[in-house]
Ligand binder design. Sequence first.
Ligand code: GLN
Length: 184
Amino acid sequence: MVVGVLALQGGFAEHESVLARLGVASRQVRTPQDLSGLAGLILPGGESTTIGIVAEANGLLAPLRDFAMAHPVWGVCAGVVFLARAVGRLQPTLGVLDLEVARNAYGRQRESFTAQVEVAGLGAFPGVFIRAPRLVAWGSAVEPMAWHEDEVVGVRQGHILATAFHPELTADIRLHAQFVAWCH
Ligand code: GLN
């Protein structure tokens, strides 16, 4: 089994490291051909505008949408923005997750923070938020699965997972393990 990590920009190397720790083979995805045979795909954090523009330039938008219809996909931070249906501004996105986000809604870089998050089925989890989007509204097919205080910071829509925080920047590999289990 091989799990893909979108490697256009941002924190893809950290996800590859966690997958390696779990003994899972990974592949960097930069072109449509790179998607072939993958069991699942992680969309890392970074800058969603850049990720969207490069994905469009590489002819990846439609292939990524098709992939997300049929396989487990996990968006982290900018990856959530890239998955979302509504972003509040014009930028290339996949639009496959029935979610509205507000980009950078916690404020500037120095307002980035670490806080305990509650993850359904896992309990307390370290939440690293780096210029994270806020999850503003979602459709009935979308299930909240992570909370920071009273605020939803992670959702799931079928086999699409989206977390505003960065598990790959912590020593806690449980969410990656859960995602890998879905990919099997
Ligand atoms: N601020 C970025 C965006 O909206 C996301 C930041 C991140 O992925 N850590 O694209």
